[in-house]
Design a protein around this ligand. Sequence first.
Ligand code: CKX
Length: 603
Amino acid sequence: MANKLLYPRNSATRRVVSMDGMWNFKFDYKQEGEAKDWKNGLKDPIKIPVPASFNDFFVDKDSREYAGDVWYETKLYVPSEWKDMDLDIRFDAATHFATVYVNGVEVAQHKGGFLPFNANINEVVKFDAENTVVVKINNELSRQTLPIGQTITLENGKKMVKPYFDFFNYAGLQRSVRFVATPKESIVDFTVNHHLDGEDARVDYLVETTGESQVYVTVYDEDGIEVASAKGKEGTILVKNARLWNVLDAYLYTFKFEIKDGDRLIDEYKQEIGIRTVEVKGTKIYINNKPVYLKGFGKHEDSDVVGRGFNIGIMKRDFELMKWIGANSFRTSHYPYSEEIYQMADREGFIIIDETPAVGLFESLMNFLDASKGSEVKFFDNPEVHKETLDHHLQVIRDLITRDKNYASVCMWSLLNEPDSTTDSSVSYFEALFDLAHELDVQKRPRTFANIMMAPPGVCKCSHLCDVISLNRYYGWYTKGGYEMSDAENGFRKELDEWAKYDKPVIFTEYGADTYSGEHKLPSVMWSEEYQVDYLDMQHSVFDSYDFVVGEQVWNFADFQTTEGIMRVNGNKKGIFTRNRQPKLAAYKLKQRWESLPIGFKG
Ligand code: CKX
């Protein structure tokens, strides 16, 4: 069975049935689900919405903090009219480890909570009947999962997940689940790569199918007019007078891929595609041969009640707020986001820095805050990290690039967030990641990782691998905050003077200050809305002093949920917007700045 990761779409030859809604659900407190054959169906279940994290629906702490297996069940009716087709259940994600059973038979397993996978059911399906679909999901973390953490057992015998990162370990069926019927001979994948040729564009394409019939590609403009076409599984399409996809000025062509036997249509798949190029030259990032300055945010898929569950309303509100504030980019911190968000970014013309779930690659007990004082053994000095963790990390990169490679909005790959890049043992691990990303991405987009403040120039051993240097810096917050901010600024400038020697573009993928919405103080003090403004003013004054700084992404777009801690007030409050998407004072300050910065600022 070909590894089909194409986003599920109805077409003349394909059928997609949503499986979203209320599913049966059980916690497996006694770890008895396997022994009691819950794979055949759940007895005395409760109901739970899909897509959503399970954690925030309940009123008791054991449910919210549950660590271990949870079981989901639903029924799926399959008509016999589809008996000659490939029948798959496509999970947009299952966090973090999933085992899928249909009619009591295991049909798929998947490790990793933020990328899609398929469960083929042809061998076990009952036609013209209800089929029992059961999904066992485990939410525990270790050094061999991405993201990284640990799972401990409390003295009362209950398990607890302790993330090495600063966001709540939401879990479950957090994205949509769909039943997909495709022809036996089908389009499995395609890849596009764009070249500008004066007013024209040449689009190299490669189509992967499960058979040998002829492939046809037809390109339509936004008015549905055919503008180009080609025949064959591989080739180049010339789009005359191409309307390019530009930042905040998007244009999407519809590419229709067909497999035909003579006039008989075998399979059809369509996707909207923006034609653009992205590259790094010197210390600048170019889109369509024009320099761009990134303005925007680190975000999270995070909202009230549904946790990390895909929330289409929040997605819409977030884009409206980002347009309002003058942003043009965001990073999918710290994991690949729902595909609908990339589709929206394509449509709205936003640049995405697409990040893997490689966060917490630091020896730490609580989370990154302990990173500098975790155990003496450095993360990459652990031999098993270079085996199981690296194998999984490389697989995640393969799946990430397979899933997202054709989105115009995806302009950079962030392969890790705040790893311990300070040891010789980290270099071979990073080299493997960066080499694979370069090999797999035909568009050769820039590669980076978000560098933590403990890994400045001369200490970091891996920044030379980056095409773009991405920095997470908190001068004036985690170091020398408050009245010491002037010293913080001096230290900041000294560090940037060192980064200048890399002669590469530098972007800030994080800078921010925790701000309790409604807290006001004149003169400002830390945690007040006024301090967030003063803090941002200092950062921007530093950024504007360096020509090679070509991007600023504030941490964070919105307040978000974390584990409990003495520095978290029901979550991380560095949002420019509150968790329910209302502006703090700094939002107006940022709007003023970003609306004044041209897209080619410093270009
Ligand atoms: N960086 C000093 C990773 C984010 C956290 C952020 C924070 C840290 C800062 C590291 O996921 O939320 O502390 O706000």
